[in-house]
Structure formats: structure tokens, C-alpha cells
Design a protein around this ligand. Structure first.
Ligand code: NAD
Length: 420
């Protein structure tokens, strides 16, 4: 038993075992590389609108300090636990290392349901969480960003709370903040855009014609909505499926993604959109399509449904959507399904977060096209390295991507000695 006991943490450990065996990491060093350097749990009492006081648990995990500060998103979700937060921090470490960013991975969040909080309550939870975290984070220690259940506004409250404590504006404490207070042009769209850049690369490798291809996107939040819009409006792909936590919609003739986006902006969810096309969320991911992009929660592609996926490209916009037993099945289907693993596929967000942090520290101002060009250059480099390694060593894309990340962290730790 450890404080990390949780299915998602176990999944990260199982994945690490595959990589550690492949890289022949000695057994006695493995705990050092998988267990987080530091983990914090905080209690956040908040006055609710009805006059009651509720207490929320908050977490922050910093995985390793070998390259510099840690970096990672903040998740507001009812089921969040220390173990899940740790798994997300570990994946973030490998993701940053694969993209050659000078960060260790971190993750944090609050166990709460942001959908059930009023704006005032959400602000109070955000500010209290940041206040409790002040001793543990900083622009050179640990930089926060958005994740599921948080957005630009939450980042603005984090920045304001931290800055009030310091006595001056410290924009570099968070990324993904509004452009009006030093956010980077294109950060909000960066994860979804990166997902689509890599889908286009995979399509061109597989000689697939975008105009004749179809896509299903699970999740219609920051990552999923941008990916679906970009696939439909920029790549010319027909989006036949979209979903969120309230509805799964499938129409082989195509979905008007722009109308869906406007609907969600007004109503908050897809619940009342295209009701005639609603399907069972359980079978949604196995419906026919060329591109499947899970952009919502973890562990949705499992041993149960991996054998039934009909897609040719699996683009993992979410963190941890595919379980290790599903991975074994997908490895057997390597010539049918081209997997773009999460630590590569959704790296666009942290890459542009890195640009935002650098611009903040140096007081630089980059245009959106400068940001996007740099983003695509880094993704291109990572993509080529993963494909090359997978082909050379005859391993899956996930193993190749994780191995490159793990190797870089190991090298930095070895060079520095035992401390990180
Ligand atoms: P978000 O909160 O903006 O949106 C989440 C979406 O998923 C919502 O549409 C929600 O309704 C939907 N959803 C929740 N549960 C679902 C379910 N069971 N089935 C179908 N849909 C469901 O979150 P986001 O920022 O878009 O993050 C989505 C995923 O992408 C997460 O795994 C996150 O860790 C990962 N990610 C996000 C970023 C980023 O920059 N935001 C970067 C890298 C990875």
C-alpha cells in the first residue's frame, strides 16, 4: 500500500515496467524513476453560496527535478485522487522529455465537480487551492496550467492569488492564462491543433485522402472541440461522431461541428444537440471511422473494445485513454491501427505552455503564427524520432515514445547524481 494506490497509477506503473524491461533498467533503480519526488495534499475549506462551508481535497505531485522546474496541468474532477494525480505527473515527465522541454512532470487538482459549482464557488475553490499551494510552487519551482475542468479564467485566479502574496504580478506561475494578462496567442487551441497536425502526418504516411476520411472525436472540451473543428474546417475530414459526458452523436453523413460548437457555447453541453443522431456511448468508439480521437477521460479503450475498433488512426488527445491490456491487442493489430500515443499526440499544450513561460520570463511577445510554426517544428521532430525508433527496434509507437522520454530523464539523473 502506498499513498498512490489507484487504478490509474497502477496503469502508469505497468507501462513503466514494459519500458524498464525494454531499456534494461536495473530492478533496484526502478522505484526511483517511477515514484514522485514530492507530493502534496491540501485541505481547502470554501464558503458556498448557501452559507454552508464545504471542504475540498487538493493535490499536487512533482515527479522529478532532473531538468529544472516541474510543469503540469490542474484538474478539477470529482474522482481525482493522489494516485491519479501521480500517474498524470509521470506521463507529463515523459511527454516533456520526449519534446525536449526543460521540465519535470507535475500535475495537480481538486477533487470537486466544477459543473456543480457556481462561478463564485469555482473562484473560491481556485483561489483557496492556489493559496494552499503557495509554499510548493513558483516560476522556477513548479508551473501550473489548465487541464480537465479548469480553463483560462481559473488560471487568471491562480495568477492573481499568487501575485497578491508576492506583491507584484507573477504571470510565469501559470500558463494557459488569458492573453489580456500575458497568455500566449494560440495556447488555448494548441493541444487540439497539435493532435490534428499529427493526424495529418499519419494520414500522409498512410496515403489517406483527408477528403475521403471520416473521424470520431470523444470529448468536446478544450482539446476535443478544437480537434473536431480543425479536422472538419482545416483538414477537410468528415467528422461523423462527437461526444461529451452528456451525449454521443453519430451520423455517417457528417456532423455540423461549427453548429455543435456554437450550441455548446450557449448551452454548455451536447445534450440537446442533434438528438435524432444520439447513440449508445458504450459502443460509440467502435463505430466505423478512419480516425478515432479520444479527447476526454482515461481508460476508455480497454481489453474489451480494442479488438473492435474500426479506425485506421488512433489519435490519443486525452491522457491515458488506452489501458495496457488494450495496448497488447493493438500491438497485434499494428498494421491495421496506427497509434499516435498520448505523450506525443497531446504534447501541443505543454509545448506552447513552455513558450508562454519563456515569453513571460523574458517579456517577449510572439505572434500566433510564430507560436504555431515553432509548435509544429517540435511536434514534427518528436514524431519522426518516434517512428524511426519504433521501426528500428520493432516496438510499438507507445513503447518508442515512452522509451525516448524515459531515457532522457534517466540520462539527466545519472549525469547529476542521486539528488534529482
Ligand atoms: P475539458 O474539461 O475542457 O473537456 C473535457 C470534455 O470531455 C468535456 O466535453 C466533457 O463533457 C467530456 N467528457 C467527460 N467525461 C466524458 C465521458 N465519460 N465520455 C465522453 N466525454 C466525456 O478538458 P480538456 O482540457 O479538453 O482535456 C481533455 C483530455 O485532454 C484530458 O485527458 C486532459 O488531461 C487531456 N489534455 C488536455 C490538455 C489541455 O491543454 N487542456 C493538454 C494535454 C492533455
Amino acid at each position: 500500500m502506498t499513498i498512490y494506490d489507484d487504478e490509474v497509477f497502477k496503469m502508469a506503473c505497468d507501462q513503466f515496467k514494459v519500458i524498464a524491461d525494454y531499456l534494461e533498467i536495473p530492478e533496484n533503480e526502478r522505484d526511483w524513476h517511477i515514484f514522485p519526488k514530492r507530493s502534496m495534499a491540501v485541505t481547502c475549506p470554501v464558503h458556498m453560496d448557501d452559507g454552508s462551508t464545504l471542504t475540498f481535497q487538493g493535490y499536487r505531485v512533482q515527479h522529478h527535478l532532473a531538468f529544472g522546474p516541474t510543469k503540469g496541468g490542474t484538474r478539477f474532477a470529482p474522482s481525482l485522487s493522489m494516485g491519479e494525480t501521480a500517474a498524470l505527473a509521470i506521463w507529463m515527465s515523459w511527454k516533456c522529455a520526449l519534446a525536449n522541454l526543460p521540465y519535470g512532470g507535475a500535475k495537480g487538482g481538486v477533487s470537486c465537480d466544477p459543473m456543480k459549482l457556481s462561478r463564485n464557488e469555482l473562484e473560491s475553490v481556485s483561489r483557496r487551492y492556489m493559496q494552499e499551494m503557495i509554499p510548493f510552487v513558483g516560476p522556477y519551482t513548479d508551473i501550473m496550467g489548465p487541464d480537465m475542468g479548469t480553463n483560462e479564467q481559473v488560471m487568471a485566479w491562480f495568477m492573481d492569488t499568487y501575485s497578491s502574496y508576492q506583491g507584484y504580478s507573477v504571470g510565469e506561475i501559470v500558463t494557459g492564462k488569458p492573453v489580456a494578462i500575458g497568455g500566449t496567442e494560440g495556447r488555448r487551441e494548441s493541444t487540439g491543433r497539435g493532435v490534428v497536425y499529427l493526424i495529418e502526418r499519419a494520414m500522409s504516411m498512410m496515403k489517406m485522402d483527408p477528403e475521403k476520411s471520416t473521424a470520431i472525436v470523444q470529448g468536446f472540451g478544450n482539446v476535443g472541440s478544437v480537434a473536431a473543428l480543425s479536422l472538419a474546417l482545416k483538414s477537410g475530414v468528415k467528422v461523423v461522431g462527437i461526444s461529451d459526458h452528456t451525449a454521443a452523436i453519430y451520423n455517417p453523413k457528417g456532423i455540423d461541428v461549427k453548429a455543435a460548437d456554437q450550441h455548446v457555447m450557449k448551452k454548455g453541453t451536447l445534450k440537446a444537440f442533434a438528438q435524432d443522431d444520439h447513440v449508445d456511448p458504450k459502443t460509440f468508439l467502435t463505430l466505423p471511422c478512419d480516425i478515432l480521437a479520444p479527447c476526454a477521460v482515461d481508460r476508455v479503450i480497454t481489453g474489451e473494445n480494442a479488438g473492435q475498433l474500426k479506425c485506421r488512426i488512433l489519435a490519443e488527445g486525452a491522457n491515458g485513454p488506452t489501458t495496457p491490456d488494450a495496448d497488447l491487442l493493438l500491438q497485434q493489430r499494428w498494421d491495421e491501427v496506427f497509434v499516435i500515443p498520448d505523450i506525443l499526440c497531446n504534447a501541443g499544450g505543454v509545448i506552447v505552455s513552455y513558450f508562454e513561460w519563456v515569453q513571460g520570463l523574458q517579456s517577449f511577445l510572439w505572434t500566433e503564427s510564430e507560436v504555431t510554426d515553432k509548435l509544429f517544428r517540435i511536434l514534427e521532430h518528436s514524431f519522426s524520432q518516434v517512428i524511426k525508433r519504433a521501426r528500428h527496434d520493432k516496438v510499438s509507437h507507445r513503447t518508442a515514445a515512452m522509451a525516448i522520454g524515459v531515457e532522457r530523464v534517466l540520462k539527466a539523473k545519472k549525469v547529476r547524481g542521486l539528488f534529482p
